[in-house]
Design a protein around this ligand. Sequence first.
Ligand code: FES
Length: 103
Amino acid sequence: MQNWIYVCDKKDIDFEDLIRFDYNEKTFCIYNIKDGFYATDGMCTHEDVHLEDGLVTEDEIECPMHQGIFNIKTGAVIQDPPCDDLKTYDVKVDGEKIYININ
Ligand code: FES
């Protein structure tokens, strides 16, 4: 299912950083990394902690609470304590504008 939602402009996300994006009842993280823009769920899968203050290093996001690490592109857990992967979302860049597919 396609449900593209405008998030922000490219210039609004620093390189190797992320922004939080809230839409209806959901919350996301949108990343700017070497290979482009990516999106995941905003909440860590370990506990109820948002990843917006996490550390982005290359294609990984480190949770600020217990330093669990996820792959930004796949959502896969790289380092525990989280056991469950992050959900990821397709990102589309149209000119300067960034959209995510909230399916
Ligand atoms: S809340 Fe993210 S690693 Fe524990």
